[in-house]
Design a binder for this molecule. Structure first.
Ligand SMILES: Cc1cc2nc3c(=O)[nH]c(=O)nc-3n(C[C@H](O)[C@H](O)[C@H](O)COP(=O)(O)O)c2cc1C
Length: 215
């Protein structure tokens, strides 16, 4: 059965970007598995999945990252804190590995995917500088962000999408330099503190008429 529309509306109005988490509340493992599955099933351009998600459990690392995030308390006080990474280049090896996975999953051969390979090589390797490839990867990462925020809301789990951080410092703290992966953003997940005033703020959004056009 499809989820009822009013439940989606309710969840999307209930969610807000939490400023203060209740540090005593932890996401149950069954819900955490659903959140992970949401990240895993996020679609990406060509299916390349140019992302990694780093769950920061170590409190010392969290404290270091908080210092690199305008001292925002969500970094240390949320139940789960996830850093989203994007790939900073796409190589022929990446494409070959991907095609091998497609062949394995779908019971076909890599040879039968030769046409797909030349398209991927043309569009992702030859046509893009490393910086353009990173921009492309980042766009894919934002799809995962959207998926995660919405699933969390449906599960009544609070979240904060966070771009208010220094990605280069994150890369240093996480030892990513030269790894082919770069920090894009982070998401804090958990439960709102009852005293977080932001939960009472009215949503500021355009009306549908202002942003949706029918032609
Ligand atoms: C990509 C992105 C990055 C954001 N970065 C931060 C952040 O670093 N810290 C924060 O408190 N809120 C952050 N926000 C929250 C936005 O300010 C908030 O989503 C927006 O004002 C709409 O309000 P609402 O989410 O409460 O409905 C971010 C939101 C998005 C989508």
């Amino acid at each position: 059965m499809a989820i009822e529309s009013h439940k989606i509306h309710e969840a999307l109005n209930w969610r807000y970007a939490v400023k203060r988490f209740d540090p005593s509340k932890k996401i149950p493992s069954v819900d955490w598995q659903t959140l992970i599955e949401t990240l895993r099933l996020t679609p990406s351009s060509y299916g390349m999945e140019p992302w990694r998600f780093v769950v920061i459990e170590n409190p010392e690392l969290r404290a270091e990252l908080r210092a690199a995030s305008w001292n925002q308390s969500q970094v240390t006080d949320s139940s789960h804190f996830v850093v989203f990474l994007a790939k900073d280049n796409v190589s022929e090896t990446d494409i070959d590995q991907y095609l091998q996975r497609v062949a394995n999953a779908r019971g076909t051969t890599v040879e039968s995917l030769a046409g797909f390979k030349s398209m991927l090589m043309k569009n992702l390797v030859k046509a893009m500088t490393p910086e353009q490839a990173f921009q492309w990867s980042q766009r894919q990462v934002y799809i995962a962000l959207g998926f995660l925020l919405k699933t969390a809301a449906l599960l009544k789990i609070d979240s904060t999408p966070m771009e208010g951080l220094d990605p280069l410092r994150y890369d240093q703290v996480l030892g990513l330099e030269g790894s082919g992966w770069r920090t894009v953003l982070a998401v804090a997940l958990g439960y709102r503190h009852p005293d977080d005033a932001y939960q009472k703020h009215k949503k500021v959004r355009f009306t549908a008429d202002e942003i949706i056009q029918y032609k």
